[in-house]
Design a protein around this ligand. Structure first.
Ligand code: HEM
Length: 203
């Protein structure tokens, strides 16, 4: 099944590459102090690369949202209310027990259903909740003059920073779990090949 059009593959490649740069440079900035001015990457270099990768990531994100609005790919991100919780439970039980007993996948991939319910929910939360918050807080840190000065007596810049670091952390955790679940296809490498060739192979 041809499930990953070229634009999604190019978006995903750029997104993953920029994400890795942002994680390395973000951690570098987080743990730099006066005594340890070059944690992983030197501070000044980390700031430069972090800003550069962030701008590419934002432009790329606009392509993701526009592509999903204008093409059929967007339908895979629509969450229906019918059986929402019971479907999530089924998928969770499969990941936590069923797959180790060799049970059949409860939601096999079809042209109509590219993602299983749990995958769909995490993709929607990552791409449409965490990502916008990460971007907005990042812009707030890049342009401190436009950031709210105080909020209930607390520095707006510190709150923006906490939001940015929290979203960065959650999305990094998402990426680790995401890469693990991508090894659960027919063969451990199948889903990765799918994202390269565009074709999903049936189990
Ligand atoms: C080196 C890092 C990464 C690898 C190896 C990787 C791998 C993959 C693979 C194999 C797929 C296809 C399987 C599927 O449909 O779920 C996929 C899809 C996807 N990945 Fe990643 N990924 C990485 C990083 C990321 C990051 C950082 C994000 C977002 C924060 C992300 C978001 C997505 C989304 C939204 C899809 C579904 C795209 C679509 O078909 O509409 N990935 N990824």
């Amino acid at each position: 099944m041809y499930l990953y059009p070229k634009w999604i593959r190019v978006w995903h490649l750029i997104n993953a590459a920029m994400f890795l740069i942002l994680i390395v440079t973000g951690i570098s900035m987080q743990y730099t102090d006066k005594e340890n001015a070059s944690y992983v990457v030197g501070f000044a270099k980390a700031v430069k690369w972090h800003n550069f990768a962030a701008i590419i990531l934002v432009l790329n994100y606009i392509i993701f949202v526009t592509g999903n609005l204008l093409t059929n790919n967007g339908r895979y991100y629509r969450i229906g209310r019918k059986d929402f919780l019971s479907n999530l439970t089924k998928q969770f039980n499969y990941y936590s027990r069923g797959m180790f007993k060799g049970e059949k996948h409860p939601f096999p991939v079809t042209e109509e259903r590219k993602f299983n319910p749990l995958q769909k929910l995490t993709y929607v939360l990552a791409m449409y909740v965490a990502f916008p918050l990460l971007i907005i807080s990042g812009i707030g840190l890049l342009l401190p003059e436009i950031t709210i000065k105080t909020f209930f007596g607390v520095s707006g810049l510190i709150l923006t920073d906490i939001l940015h670091i929290t979203m960065g952390f959650l999305l990094s955790i998402f990426m680790v779990i995401h890469i693990y679940t991508c090894t659960l296809g027919a063969k451990p490498t199948s889903l990765f090949w799918g994202m390269i060739s565009g074709y999903h192979r049936e189990e």
